[in-house]
Write a protein that binds this ligand. Structure first.
Ligand code: IVH
Length: 670
């Protein structure tokens, strides 16, 4: 390729990858598979290596820069960065609203989720990301541009060439936080106490490669400076979105203060269902001229307030420490607690992570401890309240042998966790059975942990395949079992007899093979064969792959590859898969990726209020190939009706047009 052609190809690749990244990371929606995007990126890297003169700072290859040599530079903010006043009860919230309405009369409010991360301000110059700064003391912050550039949802280039200052929250999703802590534990490093700390710790790394490897995300909620003249906070959020900046779609506009309380109650109940941590709800007066009238106190705006959810930490007595053996043999110390309620759920056990953590926190049996529950992360012991320690408290010695099978517990050199290496340890077996039936695996949902324990006790399940040999007679032998319950279980086992190969591979519980890894591997296996997918096919295909072949699968690392390679070479694992085959287990290949959704070619009209702004819904529909029209006519295929849908809804009903809600829309867009 000659120089001019390369220049043009680099430009086209850059634009296409930026477009795909936006769809994937900001809109959370993409028709093109990740491997296609990665292939384009590889081509771009190759060309940019040959022609470095054509690399631009907004190229998707330029997210990770060089290691900082020393401390972070201090930078003065262009506009003052405020914090929010907190309220802790509905009464205090009401007082605030009364103060607002006394000053400006009736007001509309926007509610947003209060993300538990760290506030970052970004300067874009002529559309390009120039600087990212921590909030600091509100006047001066630290230059963390190198780390923020690595966050894939943060555009390096906006949709318009504007010079603006914007702020938002950088956070780490709960799942990524949990896996990061696992990794920290494996490396013998102390875990982060919560996702907030891990996000802050990651942003403050001098080496941008660390941030690039960890899953940070960002949602924007402030437009601090720029050539726009929004009249409302809602318009600000829409402007941010139109520039390509990710905005949390869960915000809502309310006609009055009273309406907004339902939002608060909803999220207080549903916070555990979110993939990220929130610690409250932010209320903002919508009208900017009303905001101006209200002004600021020394620290915070009078036009906004943070309602903080009740704390998720509490104290209780640690009655005992037991050891739990995981399916891979890891021996985790567990604090047995005097039951206590944290954020709506009763907790009687919390993890102590490993021996070093017990020592570092100096945890003793009988201590009063602070425990913490962070969303769906396992509750953990944060610290001991030393001043409440009594003379009876007993130091804990980590056992030398597995409490379940008696085999010696090993702590491999350089690792924090002890493990039981006995493959037939009953503790390991039990956990592997529970994993096998779990939601992301075979999803045999009517079988709970208790029934699994009974099935083991009665000798009906000795290996994973035995789940498919259970008979009604077996189940009726178990205590408290009647016909109906037995039938339910048999039905759900039957249902799982046809299962996606990736779920099955994950269900086998091979060390290091998670849901995502299993998916990537199975997608690759599918390209290697025309055979129908059975457990036997799985054995045959896996046996053919070398560690190198496996590592070459995009997204599969050396550790996963080696683990699978070793696993499939164990004769007893091959026997197990043969047994599944004989028992008639059917597997399925992943569906072929298509680029057409049911929304493609259809005309939508949006009316009423939704959880996301119209522009965003429109973009979603259009990126799935649909059209959005402003008015209802005989040509309309779907009316997306939200709250207060009004006259359009009436008209659509009269014309017999299909009326859908956001859930319906989401399934049409798939
Ligand atoms: S607005 C002028 N909106 O909460 C007000 N802050 O306690 C600037 N936060 O420093 C902040 N989610 O780090 C705002 N939707 C949201 C937020 C939010 C989280 C954080 C932010 C701020 C802190 C104040």
């Amino acid at each position: 390729m000659d120089k001019e052609k390369a220049k043009e190809r680099i430009r086209l690749l850059r634009e296409e990858i930026l477009k795909l990244n936006y769809k994937y990371f900001v809109l959370d929606k993409s028709n093109v598979s990740e491997s296609v995007r990665d292939a384009l990126k590889r081509e771009l890297i190759e060309l940019e290596t040959l022609y470095p003169q054509f690399i631009t700072p907004d190229s998707p290859t330029q997210r990770v820069g060089s290691v900082l040599s020393g401390k972070f530079a201090k930078i003065r903010h262009k506009t003052r960065k405020w914090s929010l006043a907190d309220v802790f009860s509905l009464e205090e919230l009401k007082d605030w609203e009364e103060r607002v309405e006394k000053a400006v009369g009736q007001a509309k409010y926007v509610t947003e989720l209060k993300l538990d991360g760290l506030n970052i301000t970004i300067w874009y110059e002529k559309g390009l990301l120039k600087k990212a700064i921590t909030r600091g003391n509100g006047v001066e912050g630290e230059d963390v541009t190198h780390a923020i550039r690595t966050i894939k949802s943060v555009p390096l280039k906006l949709f318009q060439e504007v010079t603006i200052e914007v702020s938002g929250e950088v956070f780490m999703p709960k799942k990524s936080f949990a896996s990061l802590n696992k990794e920290m534990a494996a490396q013998g490093k102390p875990p982060f106490a919560n996702p907030r700390n891990s996000a802050a710790g990651t942003v403050r790394q001098l080496d941008p490669r660390v941030a690039a490897e960890r899953d940070l995300q960002m949602y924007f909620y402030s437009l601090d400076e720029g050539p726009f003249d929004p009249k409302t906070h809602q318009e600000k959020l829409e402007t941010l979105q139109n520039l390509g900046l990710p905005v949390n779609p869960q915000y809502q506009v309310h006609a009055s203060a009273e309406n907004s309380v339902a939002y608060l109650e909803k999220w207080q109940k549903k916070r555990d269902t979110l993939p990220y941590e929130i610690d409250g709800v932010v209320f903002k007066v919508n009208d900017i001229s009303q905001q101006k009238t209200l002004g600021f106190t020394a620290k915070s705006p009078r036009w906004a307030v943070a309602y903080k959810f009740p704390a998720q930490q509490t104290s209780t007595i640690l009655k005992d420490i037991t050891i739990q053996i995981g399916r891979t043999g890891a021996a985790t110390p567990v604090a047995e607690l005097k039951p206590v309620s944290v954020a709506g759920s009763v907790i009687s056990r919390a993890t102590l992570h490993n021996e070093d953590e017990i020592r570092r926190k100096d945890v003793r049996i009988g201590d009063t401890v602070i425990i913490q529950k962070a969303g769906d992360v396992i509750p953990e012991v944060v610290e001991v309240i030393q001043s409440l320690r009594t003379k009876d408290s007993k130091p804990y010695n980590f056992p030398h042998s597995c409490p379940l099978c008696g085999e010696k517990l090993i702590r491999p050199e350089g690792e924090a966790a002890h493990r039981c290496e006995n493959l037939s340890c009953p503790g390991r077996k039990r956990e592997s059975f529970i994993h096998f039936i779990s939601k992301g695996a075979t999803n045999i949902d009517s079988l709970g942990e208790k029934v699994v324990d009974q099935l083991i006790e009665f000798g009906f399940v000795k290996d994973l395949a035995d789940f498919y040999t259970i008979t009604k007679e077996n189940l009726l032998e178990l205590p408290l079992f009647k016909e109906k319950r037995a039938q339910n279980i048999l039905d759900s086992i039957e249902k799982s007899r046809t299962v996606a190969m990736s779920r099955f591979l994950y269900a086998l519980g091979i060390r290091h093979v998670g849901e995502q890894g299993a998916k990537l591997i199975v997608e690759h296996l599918q390209t290697l064969t025309n055979e129908s997918p059975t457990p036997k096919t799985l054995v045959n295909l896996l046996k053919k792959l070398s560690v190198e072949d496996l590592t070459n699968i995009e997204g599969v690392g050396g550790i996963i590859a080696k683990s699978i390679y070793d696993w499939i070479r164990e004769p007893k694992h091959q026997d197990l898969l043969e047994k599944f085959d004989h028992l008639g287990l059917k597997l399925t290949w992943p569906p072929k990726k298509t680029t057409t959704s049911q929304a493609s070619g259809k005309t939508f009209v949006i009316s009423g209020t939704h959880s996301a702004p119209r522009d965003q819904l429109k973009t979603l529909i259009e990126s799935a190939g649909g059209h959005v029209s402003g008015s209802v006519s005989a040509k309309t295929d779907f009316l997306l009706a939200g709250e207060d849908a009004g006259s359009k809804l009436e008209k659509a009903k009269a014309l017999g047009i299909k009326i859908i809600n956001e859930t319906d829309l989401n399934s049409l867009l798939k």
